[in-house]
Design a protein around this ligand. Structure first.
Ligand code: NAD
Length: 476
């Protein structure tokens, strides 16, 4: 596939290509141009040229384009989900959910398009003031490979509704779904140049977007270390910056929890998308009063997960999205085994043999009794490996939940309102779920505290974050 700049398919100014690999079998399915700083320049020029016209439409008119695009995406959800599975690996039904989720985000923002407006401030004898929320201009968005459609929706929908234009960089592992969705947005009436997609590396295309002086805001989702660099580069150029970074979400199962539901929640929370989700359950804390019942049921359910090519409808968990993500997980578990940092009670190795040839498959893995402070608990583990701990009381569970540098999401499983209230107040995170984990409808503001990020996706807050105020002070 080609890049999309100024409403056209564009090849690279140099003849370098990035292969796109199906992670279920290691075969090349397509290739995209390795864009350059000149391509970024062209994309920014296109975004700048389109800004004036797009910004002059009413918010309702822009919302109608989002509505039409959502309808086209819903009509083609099977084809788009097939593409997503083939480049990213997640099972077909999860890919369908993600594509519909993209449409849902567009619909949410289209739905609020008639309700967002400015303010009037009466100042008595001194006069009257009107406050307008204006778009910022061309904005840059850079995203990872784990949920390309959803994260694209989180970034483009509020930004475009507010009247901004964009230069968008997908991850090199998963550019195809993003390029296809961008083409559909134009088919729905998005004027050329409003949304430009430049493919390429992070160091090349990514940094060129962040450094470009015309880009007014950067919205970045990815790893903490990359986010720190992006933040520094953007701030040094006085750009607004939004960072959605890593997470190590704790799930706390209190002694009164419904064990069946909590086991379901832990399985979905950790093994959805082969564990490659920012808000996955990355540390499981089970009250010691129910641990003897809970852990064997969890183990049995983990061992029953069907791992394989996501295009097979009976598969529960697909491959990791690439060789590097797989090697990272292998290294983490090897260290646990070699340094006796915990007990691997199931999994702990790659899946090889018939059905797995050439693919990046890893067995769903449970590790009990991890050594406090070990990398498995300290760092973000982006794959299907779940450490399970027990705790005697709520203070201990909350202390352990807060013991990392992350603060994205957390969940508590209980019917006791005093436990829920305590967790809600004391656990440091941007979202706390009760008797669920993972779900993020576009109505709910979402983002991290501590090293998990700055700013919020979703909700009205994201819309206003793509605007700045301009006040008119009238003295009659
Ligand atoms: P990454 O930081 O390596 O890459 C993310 C994007 O940044 C890619 O498009 C990459 O090409 C680009 N990039 C890399 N170096 C860059 C640079 N110097 N300048 C500009 N852009 C650059 O992250 P990843 O490994 O692709 O993604 C996994 C991470 O993303 C995990 O930490 C995960 O938790 C996080 N994530 C967070 C959220 C959230 O909403 N908080 C959602 C999904 C994923």
């Amino acid at each position: 596939m080609q890049m999309r700049i100024g409403g056209k398919e564009v090849s690279t100014s140099e003849e370098h290509w990035i292969p796109v690999i199906n992670p279920a079998n290691g075969r090349e399915i397509d290739r995209v141009p390795e864009g350059t700083i000149y391509d970024v320049d062209d994309a920014v020029r296109a975004a700048e040229a389109a800004f004036d016209g797009w910004g002059r439409h009413s918010t309702r008119e822009r919302g109608m384009v989002l509505f039409r695009a959502a309808a086209l995406v819903r009509n083609r959800h099977r084809e788009l989900a097939g593409l997503l599975t083939s480049e990213q690996g997640k099972p077909s039904r999860d890919a369908i959910d993600e594509i519909r989720g993209f449409a849902n985000i567009l619909e949410f923002y289209a739905g609020i398009s008639g309700t967002v407006h400015g303010e009037y401030i009466g100042l008595g004898q001194s006069g009257d003031c009107l406050v307008r929320h204006e778009p910022l201009g061309p904005c840059g968005a850079i995203i990872p490979w784990n949920m390309p459609a959803i994260i694209m929706g989180w970034k483009i929908a509020p930004a475009l509704l507010a009247g901004n234009t964009m230069v968008f960089k997908p991850a090199s592992l998963t550019p195809l779904t993003v390029l296809s969705l961008a083409a559909i947005m134009e088919e729905a009436g998005l004027p050329p140049g409003v949304l430009n997609v430049v493919t390429g590396t992070g160091e090349g295309v990514g940094e060129a977007i962040v450094r470009h002086t015309t880009i007014r805001k950067i919205s970045f989702t990815g790893d903490i270390e990359t986010g720190i660099r992006v933040g520094e580069l953007a701030r040094a150029r006085l750009k607004d910056v939004h960072l959605e970074l890593g997470g190590s979400d704790p799930m706390i199962v209190w002694k009164d929890a419904d064990v069946g539901k909590a086991v379901d929640g832990a399985i979905r929370g950790r093994f959805y998308n082969a564990g490659q989700t920012c808000t996955a359950v990355k540390r499981l804390y089970v009250h010691e009063a129910i641990a003897e019942e809970f852990i064997p049921v969890l183990k049995q359910r983990v061992e029953a997960l069907h791992v394989g090519d996501g295009s097979n409808p009976t598969v529960d968990m697909g491959p990791l999205t690439g060789k590097i993500p797989l090697e990272r997980i292998e290294a983490v578990v090897r260290e646990v085994r070699d340094d006796k940092q915990g007990k691997i009670i199931t999994g702990g190795e790659r899946l090889v043999g018939t059905g797995y040839d050439g693919g990046f498959f890893y067995k769903p893995t449970l590790i009990t009794e991890p050594v406090p402070g070990c990398p498995l608990l300290r760092d973000e583990i982006f794959g299907p490996v779940l450490p399970v701990m027990t705790f005697p009381d709520l203070d201990t569970a909350i202390g352990q939940a807060n013991s990392t540098r992350y603060g994205l999401g957390a969940s508590v499983w209980s019917r006791d309102i005093s436990v829920v209230k305590e967790v809600f107040s004391a656990v440091q995170a941007g979202v706390i779920w009760v008797n669920r984990h993972l779900t993020l409808p576009p109505e709910i503001p979402f983002g991290g505290v501590k090293a998990s990020g700055i700013g919020r996706e979703n909700g009205l807050q994201a819309y206003y974050s793509y605007t700045r105020t301009k006040a008119l002070f009238m003295n009659w």
